[in-house]
Design a binder for this molecule. Structure first.
Ligand SMILES: [Zn+2]
Length: 308
C-alpha cells in the first residue's frame, strides 16, 4: 500500500522518466517495498530521550518497514518500564535484566522480581546482562555472579539472553571476552546436558565488537551476533571485515538507540528507522540486496526470540 501511494503521487508531478527516477528514490527513502521486513533487536525506546516524540519515532519505524522492536532492560526499574512500553504497541517486545554497570543494586529480591515480571507475555528474553570491564564501576567477581544468576534464570524460564560485554581500553580480545566465553560455555554445556531447547537459541552478543575468533567461538555455542551503527562509520573497516566473515544466518541488526547512530547521523540521537542504514551497509559489504539482508536478519530474530 505504501509503495503504491508514493508511486501514485510522485509520477503525476513530474514528466515521464524523471518521475520514475524520483519515485524510485522516494520509495527507497520513505517507504520500502512491501516485502521488506526489518527488525530492530535492541532499542532503548523507554529512555527519556524519546519522551517528546515516541509515537512519531514508532510511526517512522513502521514507515521504514520495521515490524518488530525489542526493548532491553538495564535495571529492574527500566525492565518494568520496557515491559509497560511494550504493552502499548503490537510491534514492541521487551527483555528484562540487570546490566553489569548497574549490578551493585542487585540484591536477594531482584531475581524473584525478574521472575515475576517474566510472566508478562511481552517478555521474550533476559537482558541486557553481561560483563563490562571498561567503566570498572563494579568489581568483576560481582558482575560475574550477577551474570551467572541471570543465566540460570534464563535457563529456568527458557528465554534467550541479550549479552553486553565491553573490554577495558580499546583491546578487543582481552579478559572480558575470555571471562565471558568461559561463563557462556559452562552455561551452554549445562543446557545441552539438560537437553534444553534453549541450547539451540541461547542468545545474542549485543553490538558485537570483539575478534573474529571470539565470534566463531560464540557461534559454535549457538549465539547470534548483533551489528550496530559503527559498522557504517568511515573508520568502521574492522567491523566491516568482521561482518564480511560472519555467516548471514547468525547476524541480527540492532540500533541500540538512542545511542550509536549510524552514518550520516553519527553523534545525533539514533532511532529504530535507522536499522535500514545498517542493513544497507551489510548488503554492500556482503554483495547482497538490502531486501535479502532485511529478510535474513528478521528471520534470525524471529527464530531467536520465538516470534510468530
Ligand atoms: Zn543497550
Amino acid at each position: 500500500m505504501r509503495a503504491n501511494v508514493v508511486s501514485d503521487i510522485v509520477p503525476a508531478k513530474y514528466p515521464k522518466g524523471e518521475g520514475q527516477a524520483i519515485s524510485k528514490q522516494a520509495q527507497g527513502l520513505l517507504a520500502p517495498p512491501e516485502h521488506m521486513t526489518l527488525t530492530d533487536t535492541h532499542c532503548h525506546l523507554d529512555l527519556e530521550k524519546f519522551d517528546a516524540d515516541r509515537a512519531e519515532v514508532l510511526r517512522r519505524a513502521e514507515q521504514a518497514g520495521l515490524t518488530r522492536i525489542l526493548i532491553p532492560g538495564l535495571t529492574l526499574t527500566s525492565s518494568r518500564s520496557a515491559v509497560k512500553l511494550a504493552e502499548s504497541h503490537p510491534m514492541l517486545s521487551a527483555a528484562i535484566g540487570v546490566h553489569p554497570n548497574d549490578s551493585l543494586a542487585w540484591d536477594g529480591q531482584t531475581i524473584s522480581a525478574l521472575r515475576e515480571l517474566s510472566l508478562n507475555q511481552k517478555v521474550v528474553a533476559i537482558g541486557e546482562i553481561g560483563l563490562d570491564y571498561y567503566w570498572d564501576s563494579t568489581p568483576h567477581d560481582h558482575q560475574q555472579k550477577v551474570l551467572k544468576e541471570q543465566l540460570a534464570l534464563a535457563a529456568e524460564l527458557q528465554l534467550p539472553v541479550v549479552i553486553h560485554f565491553r573490554e577495558k581500553g580499546l583491546a578487543s580480545g582481552g579478559d572480558c571476552a575470555s571471562d565471558l566465553l568461559k561463563i557462556l560455555e559452562e552455561w551452554g554445556t549445562g543446557l545441552r546436558r539438560e537437553k534444553s531447547p534453549l541450547a539451540e537459541r541461547p542468545g545474542v552478543l549485543h553490538s558485537f565488537s570483539g575478534t573474529l575468533e571470539m565470534a566463531r567461538a560464540a557461534i559454535r555455542l549457538g549465539f547470534y551476533m548483533g551489528v550496530t551503527g559503527p559498522v557504517t562509520f568511515e573508520n568502521g573497516q574492522r567491523l566491516q571485515d568482521l561482518v564480511a566473515a560472519l555467516p548471514l544466518d547468525r547476524i541480527l541488526i540492532e540500533t541500540d538507540a538512542p545511542f550509536l547512530a549510524p552514518h550520516p547521523h553519527r553523534g545525533k540521537r539514533n532511532e529504530p528507522a535507522y536499522v535500514r542504514l545498517i542493513a544497507d551497509k551489510i548488503a554492500l559489504v556482503r554483495s547482497y540486496t538490502t531486501e535479502q539482508v532485511a529478510a535474513a536478519t528478521s528471520e534470525n530474530a524471529r527464530s531467536l526470540f520465538a516470534w510468530e
